[in-house]
Design a protein around this ligand. Sequence first.
Ligand code: BTN
Length: 323
Amino acid sequence: MDPLADEVLSLIRRPKSSFTLGELADSLKISKYRLHRALDDLRALGYQFGSDTNHHLHLAASPDRMIDMEILSGLKTRTFARHLHCYRKIGSTNATAVELAEAGAPEGTVIVAEEQTKGRGRLGRHWHSAPGMGIWSSVIMRPPVPPDEVTGLSLVTALAFAETAESELSVQVQLKWPNDCLIDGRKVCGILIELSAESDRVHYAVCGTGINVSQQRKDFPSALRKTATSLSLATGGPVDRLAFYRAFLYRLESLYNRFRRHGLLPLLPGYRERSILIGKKVTVRHGRQKVTGTAIAIHETGGLVVRAKGKEIVLHAGEATLR
Ligand code: BTN
C-alpha cells in the first residue's frame, strides 16, 4: 500500500481529527496536488470522503475489502498479521503460507485473499472460496510442541472462531472434532493445518481458516447448499467481514499464546462445552483405520477419546461422523 495514502487515512481516522484539505496537506508536508492524488487513489480503492460546512474532511465509507489498511486499522494483535500479505486472487493462502514459512517468515505472518482459485480443504477436497464472500486466511505458527500435539492448533482455532462469532454476533457455534465449526448443524468455518516437522519438533504449522461470511443459499454450489451456512445466514443480516476478521485474529492470537504457554488443558472446557461429539456414538475414519464407539472426552493433546469395545482409544486425527 502507498505509504502516503496510509498516512492520509490514519490522520483522517484519528479521533476528533478535523482537517481542511490545506491543513491536511500541511500536516503531511505535501502539496495540495499530491494530496488530491492520494485521495483519488483511496477513492479508487472504495474509500469515500465527505466534508462539513467548515470544509473539514471526514471518512464517509471504507471499502469492504481484504486490504492491509483496512485489516490493520484498529487491529489489536501484537504479532498476528504484523507481517501481512493480502491478495485479490490467489491459488491457496495455505500454499503461499507454506512457501513463505519455508523461506523463514516469522510466526504470526498472515496471508489473506479475497478469492482462492485452488482453495484446499481437508482430505484433498476443494474449498469453495468465492470472491468477497468470506475470510480465506492462513497464519504461520511455530509452536513448541511435538507433531502429535498439533491437532491442538485445530482446536485452538475452532474455539477462537466460536468465541468470536458468539461475542461479536451472538450466534451459537457447535464444534465437531477436530476442526469443523457449525451453526445449526451446517458448516460455517473449516480449518486446515499443514505441517512441516521432524519426529519430535514442529518447524512450522500453517493454520488455514475458511469462514463463510456473506453467502446466501444460492451463492453456495448446489452440492454444499444443504450442509453449508454463512455468518450472514445465521444472523439474518449483513456482517462486517473486516471487523469480524480483526476480532478473530485477536482472539486466535490470545488463545494461541495460552496454548503455547500452558498447553491445551485450560482451553478444553470451552471446546468441550461446544462439542457435538462428546457423549455420542461416533465413527472415526483415519486412513484405513475405522473406530466406532462413544466419544467420551477430548484429550489434553487434542485427540478424541473414544470408548470402543471396553477400551479407551485416543485418536489424534480423523474424520468423525455421528451414528
Ligand atoms: C476443511 O476442509 O474443512 C478445511 C477448509 C480450509 C479452508 C481454508 S481457506 C484458507 C486456507 N487456504 C486454503 O487453501 N485452505 C484454507
